[in-house]
Design a protein around this ligand. Structure first.
Ligand SMILES: NC(=O)C1=CN([C@@H]2O[C@H](COP(=O)(O)OP(=O)(O)OC[C@H]3O[C@@H](n4cnc5c(N)ncnc54)[C@H](O)[C@@H]3O)[C@@H](O)[C@H]2O)C=CC1
Ligand SMILES: N[C@@H](CC=O)C(=O)O
Length: 377
């Protein structure tokens, strides 16, 4: 099969390398890049030229961003070309449109690499759903922030320094604010909830990140047997669902607490299968390239052809996600109990209520950090 890669950056290069070195029967014949980055005879800056090439049967989109990625993916699907994408921003925003266009033209739509990098999470959730409803999912879904927190915790590294290293290693988004403010995990949580619960997932979910996390915060939680991880979570019960993204203070001896570097760990729970955990590198050129090439191979062989159905009638109910929240802040908050030096705990908030409380605290103290307290088992 002849394929085109849109975007020859960290991920696009990984896809090209894996196919060239390890895959027979698939050939990258076209690459779309920006006009000032045409460095290979296969490259063009014209998407129309790629669409006009009738030999190209599949398009791998790894440019990032919402536009023109949305337009290019829709045009590929409408022309009957299969699409494989790692771009969670565009999938989270337009998943239902892409799924409908894929059904209409019969072209395949594959999004494995959009969540969890090299971790086969999406295909596994699809598999769980063949037998079980997914009652919840939760996990570390961002390699950059896990890399940052892990280095701060284990080596006492400085936030800014270690973020620069994650950028150098190709883990971070073009704008790393998306990583540290939880937006990247929000996109991955929207996609995960859509697949896990079969819903057109609410987009306005509560989300916060680790921008204000300090070494002193990690020390505060360490003194209480916890560490902080940025988690995406979703739960479904009684015809309702909720999802959120937030730093969570997890037990220091939990699996999540000990996930190193750019690794992700995502858990799904189903009635008969129980708890399943998926672990691997959540970011980087070759792990993510691997997830894309797995999708390409599934498409070529016809062994897996996802059909995304978002017609489940689950209602979004933010009250399903509740926790106690710790805020390290100079702001005065009502109903707060002391937690440690400069920190308070506010009990039994919804994730949405906690996000509103964080905004209130940030208005007074822009350095405020907030984390949910994981229930200890
Ligand atoms: N870097 C990683 O570890 C992972 C990235 N992703 C996602 O994969 C996508 C690509 O990520 P990276 O490769 O890291 O980004 P990147 O910034 O390294 O590469 C993107 C490439 O696309 C090109 N590009 C951008 N807009 C274009 C346009 N309009 N026309 C033609 N070319 C264009 C850029 O010139 C660049 O070479 C993003 O959606 C990202 O969120 C997903 C999983 C892991
Ligand atoms: N920036 C993302 C890349 C993969 O999705 C991350 O760090 O996880």
């Amino acid at each position: 099969m002849k394929i085109a890669i849109l975007g020859y950056g960290t991920v696009g290069r990984g896809v090209d390398q894996i196919i060239a070195e390890r895959v027979d029967g698939v050939e990258v014949t076209r690459i779309l890049e920006l006009p000032d980055r045409l460095s290979d005879p296969r490259m063009t800056a014209s998407y129309d030229e790629i669409l006009a090439d009738e030999e190209v049967e599949l398009v791998v989109e790894c440019m990032g961003g919402v536009e023109p990625a949305r337009t290019y993916i829709m045009a590929a699907l409408e022309s009957g070309r299969h699409v494989v994408t790692s771009n969670k921003a565009v999938v989270a925003a337009h998943f239902a449109d892409f799924a409908a266009a894929s059904v209409a033209s019969g072209a395949g739509l594959f999004v494995e690499a959009a969540v969890g990098g090299g971790v086969p999470w999406i295909a596994s959730v699809e598999k769980v759903r063949r037998i079980d409803d997914v009652s919840s999912f939760s996990g570390i879904m961002n390699g950059t922030t896990n890399y940052i927190v892990d280095a701060m915790r284990r080596q006492g590294a400085d936030f800014a320094e270690v973020l620069a290293e994650a950028q150098r290693l190709g883990y971070a988004e073009r704008d790393p604010s998306a990583d540290i403010d939880g937006i990247d995990v929000l996109n991955k949580t929207i996609i995960s909830a859509s697949v896990a619960f079969g819903v057109a997932c609410e987009r306005d979910l509560p989300a916060s990140g680790i921008r204000n996390l300090t070494k002193a915060d990690l020390d505060l939680f360490a003194a209480r047997g916890r560490t902080v991880k940025l988690l995406g979570r979703g739960v479904s019960e009684g015809g309702r669902y909720a999802a959120a993204v937030e730093p969570v203070a997890v037990a220091a001896d939990s699996l999540e607490a000990n996930v190193p570097g750019n690794f992700n760990l995502i858990t799904a729970v189903g009635a008969t299968v129980g708890e399943l955990k998926f672990y691997g590198q959540g970011a980087g050129s070759l792990p993510t390239g691997n997830a894309i090439v797995q999708d390409v191979l599934d498409c070529v062989s016809g062994t897996r052809r996802p059909v995304y159905d978002f017609t489940s009638q689950l209602a979004y109910d933010p009250t399903l996600l509740r926790a106690d929240y710790v805020l390290r802040t100079a702001a005065e908050l009502g109903d707060a109990e002391p937690y440690g030096p400069g920190a308070v705990v506010v009990r039994d908030l919804t994730a949405a209520g906690a996000r509103a409380l964080l905004d209130e605290a940030l208005a007074t103290d822009p350095t405020t950090f907030m984390a949910a307290l994981a229930v200890e088992e």
